[in-house]
Design a protein around this ligand. Structure first.
Ligand code: C2E
Ligand code: MG
Ligand code: MG
Ligand code: MG
Length: 291
């Protein structure tokens, strides 16, 4: 213990670390500016029911329209702020932006749920639920269409607190999904302690369905497990119509992935919805297996 404290004491004398700290602070400052200057945008990726051949919602995914570097994905700028206060401001902006977009679509006569990703630190913040309630109050017509996605790994960090926050969210009509399920080291028994409605199977398993048969067993297992606990289950990483057929054969139905559509700017959403048709092979498989 003393040794550790001593180690920490040397922190500021470590030039390497100091440089990386300063680098990080620079990044946080630039991202805070980007947020203020409106350079962050949300793209939307559809979530569909393969069996019914219906679009059931969309996931909002953040992008940074960087003036020099172009459109950046979250992997390029979120990890550096994951444990900084800024992740809460970004998350609040994401919720507000998604609700504003929902209002626009609502006025256009289209009402489908949108889920947003919430960082662990944000979800655990003392006033998270109050701020969520306030955001809903600013968008009463669509407040019930908002849903949250929380990473399996962060949900399990403090399972008692997470369960309580999820309960509070559900009381506001906001359902919560467990994201990237299977990617972490969760104990399956934890699943029943979290009042989540939807389990999202990590795309790592789903993407390799056609090429690595072990994943078949895993995906089928997760689907069965989710059902046994009365939860819905969605497969991320449906990269082709074949992935969709395989999911249907494993008794899955909810799906998301490049084989259905890539995340798109908000402006593309309504035209995409109007034009989308499910792959004909999905209905054939669904009829064959589950009629
Ligand atoms: P996620 O929530 O698991 O989102 C799915 C990611 O997989 C997205 O990457 C999506 O573009 C990508 N994806 C979708 N379908 C396919 C597919 O068929 N194949 C492959 N290879 N990839 C696919 P993206 O947009 O780069 O986001 C990465 C992660 O960043 C998200 O993973 C989420 O954890 C995080 N993230 C995204 N937006 C936000 C946000 O607004 N706030 C927070 N805190 N995290 C976010
Ligand atoms: Mg997600
Ligand atoms: Mg995921
Ligand atoms: Mg992910």
């Amino acid at each position: 213990q003393a040794k550790q404290a001593g180690k920490r004491g040397y922190r500021f004398f470590n030039a390497e670390e100091e440089r990386s700290q300063r680098h990080r602070h620079g990044h946080v400052a630039r991202l805070a500016d980007a947020l203020r200057q409106g350079e962050l945008v949300l793209h939307y990726q559809p979530q569909v029911d393969l069996r019914a051949g219906r679009v059931v919602g969309a996931e909002a995914l953040i992008r940074w329209q960087h003036p020099q570097r172009g459109l950046l994905g979250p992997a390029d700028f979120l990890p550096q702020i994951d444990d900084a206060e800024l992740i809460e401001s970004v998350g609040d902006w994401v919720i507000e932006q998604a609700l504003s977009q929902l209002d626009v679509w609502h006025l256009a006569g289209q009402r489908l749920p949108v889920s947003v990703n919430i960082a662990g630190r944000h979800l655990q913040a003392r006033d998270f639920v109050d701020r969520l309630r306030a955001a809903q109050a600013r968008h009463p017509a669509v407040a019930d269409l908002l849903a949250l996605e929380v990473l399996e790994t962060t949900a399990l960090e403090d399972i008692v607190r997470t369960a309580r926050v999820i309960d509070d969210c559900r009381a506001l009509g906001v359902s919560v999904a467990l994201d990237d399920f299977g990617a972490g080291y969760s104990s399956l028994s934890y699943l029943k302690r979290l009042p989540i409605e939807l389990i999202k199977i990590d795309l790592g398993f789903v993407r390799e369905l056609p090429t690595d048969l072990d994943n078949l067993i895993i995906v089928r297992g997760v689907i069965e497990l989710a059902r046994a606990f009365g939860r819905q289950v969605l497969a991320e990483g449906i990269e082709s119509p074949l992935h969709g057929r395989m999911l249907l054969q494993l008794d899955g139905d909810l799906a998301q992935g490049h084989g259905i559509a890539r995340p798109m700017p908000a402006g593309d959403w309504l035209p995409w919805l109007a034009a989308w048709r499910p792959d004909p092979s999905w209905q054939a498989v669904a009829a064959l297996h589950w009629s």
